[in-house]
Ligand binder design. Structure first.
Ligand code: IMP
Ligand code: ZN
Length: 364
């Protein structure tokens, strides 16, 4: 099984002619800051893994991903989205070869879409049946990232964020913090809080996130993703952790918007995901990107789960340009603004600023 075979399968269907805005967005060097590793695995890659399991492990009785997740289905909502992982994709990617293969394919897919800098997040996952610990999982993903970054022919640089799931216990969150600290010199740059917004009480994680911050890790949090996770108590708790960035930022009253602006917290906004999953009322032109782009805070257009919602980052830029009438100068300002909120240091910031200042496609 090779990454090339996944790409070949992906390119088998005839692609519609791209619009000028899509071609521009594809060529544009892009920064992706909010993407989940397992949610970024393409259906073709999952299909490859499924095929290889058929040969290797006849006990695994799972439907072909191309049947289980039909190619035109993107209308997953908060009720159907999370079970897709727990009852299907995690069962499919349940050994180290599948995890390594899919991680490599995800990096390749982002690079092919013109992404030059990626902070990918994942929830450390133990697979006891296979003797895989959370530490093994993180090590396997990081090995792929580091080999990728060492290869000078790659134009994308990738770094890892580890996620605490809202359903975690305090002990499990502490384990994530331990892994973040252990691997902070070899590619882990931050910690995230993710998972089903209907689950959990975030207050129990206050000590764990404080420990991560004290250890020098950057912090991003899924924030007000759904009504149910947007109570004053929850948002005040999350803001009290002093996050560096916030994801989604949907059901946020004015007083919290003011805090985000005052503290210049970067926002990671996911247009297609929010529209397809009906997390916002209305459609693209109603998205709160329209409000945030006019503020001082860095706005990172992001994909969230390109494997599920099938909208690569270039398409997110094309959609933003189309629905908010962005000029090339406005897109340039948006892109260069994102550089300020990346979690790595000045080397990467300098590299990205250089890429944007030297890029000859702005006028095209
Ligand atoms: P993983 O962490 O690499 O396994 O990526 C998949 C996981 O990311 C899912 O099981 C969810 O817990 C989390 N995730 C993906 N998208 C979202 C989102 O939009 N909100 C909250 N959690 C998410
Ligand atoms: Zn997310």
């Amino acid at each position: 099984m090779s990454v090339a075979s996944a790409a070949a399968a992906a390119s088998a269907a005839p692609a519609p002619e791209p619009s000028p805005e899509q071609s521009f967005a594809r060529r544009l060097p892009k920064i992706e800051l909010h993407a989940h590793l397992t949610g970024s695995i393409s259906r073709e890659c999952l299909h490859d893994i499924w095929q290889s399991i058929q040969g290797r492990d006849s006990a695994v009785n799972l439907q072909d991903p191309l049947v289980a997740i039909p190619s035109d289905k993107v209308d997953y909502d908060l009720d159907t989205f999370f079970p897709l992982f727990s009852s299907y994709i995690y069962k499919l990617c349940s050994d180290l070869p599948s995890i390594e293969y899919s991680t490599k394919a995800v990096l390749q897919d982002f690079q092919s879409d013109g992404v030059v800098y990626l902070e990918l997040r994942t929830t450390p996952r133990a697979i006891p049946d296979r003797g895989i610990t959370k530490d093994d999982y993180v090590k396997a993903v990081l090995n792929i990232f580091n080999a990728w970054n060492r290869d000078n022919t790659n134009t994308l640089r990738a770094y890892l964020i580890l996620s605490v799931d809202r359903r975690n216990t305090v002990a499990q969150a502490e384990e994530v913090v331990d892994l973040c600290i252990k691997y902070s010199s070899t590619g882990v740059v931050g910690i995230d809080l993710c998972g089903d917004p209907a689950k959990g009480d975030v207050r129990i994680f206050t000590g764990s996130f404080a420990r991560a911050k004290a250890a020098g890790l950057k912090m991003t949090l899924h924030f007000a993703e759904a009504d149910i996770s947007a109570s004053d108590a929850e948002l005040e708790t999350l803001l009290s952790w002093k996050p560096d960035r916030l994801g989604h930022v949907i059901h946020v009253k004015d007083e919290y918007c003011k805090v985000i602006k005052r503290e210049n917290i970067g926002v990671e906004l996911c247009l297609s995901c929010n529209v397809h999953a009906r997390m916002i009322t209305g459609t693209y032109s109603d998205h709160h990107f329209g409000m945030w782009r006019l503020t001082n805070v860095p706005v990172a257009l992001s994909t969230d789960d390109v494997g599920v919602f099938c909208s690569p980052l270039s398409n997110e830029y094309a959609l933003a340009a189309e629905h908010f009438n962005l000029s090339r100068a406005e897109i340039r300002k948006l892109c260069t603004g994102v550089v300020d909120s990346i979690f790595t240091g000045n080397d990467e910031k300098d590299r990205l600023r250089r890429i944007y200042s030297q890029w000859d496609g702005w006028a095209a």
